[in-house]
Design a protein around this ligand. Structure first.
Ligand code: SGN
Ligand code: CA
Length: 535
């Protein structure tokens, strides 16, 4: 009998141990997060959004196997402020990084610090453009400031270094190197893989330069916009392809060619002396490859430019711009493909959330513009594609108004880490899991500050709903604009004074005031930032 009891007990014990071990195994592992962000990547240049300009099969994979947000936007459409919002989960008037130059108070909590504290391995490679070293990352190699396309310098915890090659390939090599060889494979990871491309001056790799200069791209309908029916801000901005693009810096016409033709570069605040930044950094071999293409561009320019009329010149600049901009994106897409392939090969794909976004959108000739800054759609909206196997239904789209403000809380939620109460966004987790009823935001708040400065886009704040956009331009003007996003998706007509919209205007003014209160923005803060800016 005793023996029987012992045997039964032993069996019971063994099965409990086994079930515990089993349980431990089925406890879901913390998901890894791969955050991919490029710099100035317009959603118009991702084929998951529209394939009229370029095919980006690798970036598209993230949406095909996950979710595409069609109404994702930023709180302040410029580089460092967007990054500060992403890192802190706060609007720029709260985190203080209102423009590219304002210092960032590094005592603020950024989300990678919380990941590290929670036991994640954290790493960052590429362009941070923040004026500070990242906090909360175990390993980083970041470009100083805007960084360089060719033979880029890097800031690392061990000192500065320069790596020969093309920046997009190098950032990817560093990312893959860490994933494959350097990380602690027992821990979940947060990887921030941050591209410099396709930022101005849009320098493709030599191969893409040769490939893309042979292509011709369709023009946007508003390429020849005359800014009628808009306020002063659109008319005075300095980002018109014809007027403000530089022959040398942007279109890659050689300084000698410009001089020989008796041309003068447009007077742009930033560049008094045209320069040839990326080319100047190239070594003899690299120059040789670029020269083959540069010779053709210069010959074409010399042969045709003098006899062109205004429209033809605009078109020439547009094509040159697209060839280079899209050439840099093609490299980003190839490299994203390398990383996705590695996730597949290593078995990491299953438990890794992959996010692709940009720090803001960009004008690709819409309204005759390049650059960003405005609340108007092409710069206000930003690409956002997220893949998370077994959690996100493949091939879904979502048109909710989500913002870069929401990223920190979303990632923390995914990782089961609690978010500080003063973050101002909302976790997108319910939307990722297809639970739209749990989401009830109907409007977002936007505030842009960097003025007067390069591109001269006036200060403005506004409210955006799926149907309307109400904007206040201030500082040296006091102008309101209203756009009907459904009837006028290209935002060509300011209907603020149209009596038909009187009720809409009244309601949106109220809603805007509520949002300003909700997010703790105010007239006093507007003035504080004007005074600080002047110092
Ligand atoms: C540089 C660019 C501008 C751009 C700002 C801000 N000139 O000054 O065109 O608007 O950066 O960009 S260039 O020297 O790069 O050609 S941001 O992405 O950093 O906000
Ligand atoms: Ca940017």
């Amino acid at each position: 009998m005793k023996i029987l009891l012992r045997i039964t007990l032993a069996i019971l014990l063994a099965s409990t141990v086994a079930s515990c071990a089993k349980k431990e195994k089925i406890v879901p592992k913390k998901p890894n997060i791969l955050f991919i962000m490029s710099d100035d990547h317009a959603y118009q240049a991702i084929s998951a959004y529209s394939n009229h300009l370029i095919k980006t099969p690798n970036i598209d994979r993230i949406a095909n196997e996950g979710l595409l947000f069609t109404n994702a936007c930023v709180t302040n459409s410029i580089c460092a402020p967007s990054r500060a919002t992403i890192l802190t989960g706060k609007h720029t008037h709260i985190n203080g990084k209102i423009d590219n130059n304002m210092p960032f108070d590094t005592t603020q909590i950024t989300f990678p610090q919380l990941f590290k504290k929670a036991g994640y391995q954290t790493a960052m490679f590429g362009k941070l453009h923040f004026g500070n070293k990242p906090k909360g990352v175990d390993e980083f190699m970041i470009l100083p400031g805007q960084g360089h396309y060719i033979n880029p310098d890097f800031i690392t915890p061990r000192g500065d270094t320069t790596i020969t090659g093309y920046v997009t390939d190098i950032i990817t090599d560093l990312t893959l190197g860490w994933l494959k060889e350097k990380r602690d494979k027992e821990k979940p990871f947060l990887m921030m893989y941050l591209h410099k491309a396709p930022h101005r001056p849009w320098w493709p790799s030599p191969e893409k330069f040769a490939e893309f200069t042979k292509k011709t791209f369709p023009e946007p309908a508003s390429l020849f916009d005359d800014y009628s029916n808009r306020g002063t801000a659109a008319k005075t901005a300095e980002m018109n392809l014809y007027q403000h693009m530089m022959y040398n810096h942007d279109s890659k016409v050689r300084p000698e060619t410009i001089q020989a033709m008796g041309l003068v570069e447009p007077e742009v605040v930033e560049f008094k002396n045209g320069f040839y930044g990326p080319y100047g950094r190239a070594n003899a071999d690299q120059k040789k490859q670029y020269d083959l293409v540069l010779d053709e561009i210069n010959k074409d320019f010399m042969d045709h430019w003098p006899s062109m009329n205004y429209e033809e010149k605009m078109r020439w600049k547009f094509q040159r711009y697209m060839q280079d901009y899209l050439g840099t994106i093609s490299s980003v897409d190839d490299n994203v493909g390398r990383v996705l392939d590695y996730l597949d090969e290593s078995g990491l794909a299953e438990n890794t959330v992959v996010v692709y976004t940009s720090d803001q959108g960009f004008y690709l000739g819409e309204h005759g513009w390049f650059d960003k800054r405005f609340i108007y759609d092409e710069s206000f909206k930003t690409p956002l594609l997220i893949r998370w196997p077994n959690q996100i239904k493949p091939g879904t789209t979502n048109d909710e108004m989500v913002q870069n403000l929401d990223f920190a809380q979303t990632f923390l939620d995914i990782a089961g880490i609690s978010a500080p109460g003063d973050m101002q966004g909302e976790s997108l987790l319910p939307l990722l899991q297809g639970n739209s009823e749990a989401w009830n935001r109907d409007a977002v708040y936007y505030h842009y500050y960097e003025y007067p400065s390069v591109h001269m886009v006036k200060r403005h704040y506004g409210i955006v709903t799926k149907k309307f956009k109400l904007v206040h331009f201030y500082y040296d003007v006091d102008e309101w604009e209203l756009y009907d996003r459904v009837k006028d998706p290209q935002e060509m007509n300011n209907v603020y004074d149209d009596p038909e919209y009187a009720d809409v205007v009244r309601e949106l003014h109220e809603q805007l005031e509520e949002l300003r209160i909700k997010y703790k923005d105010s007239k006093e803060l507007d003035q504080k930032y004007i005074d600080l800016y002047k110092k």
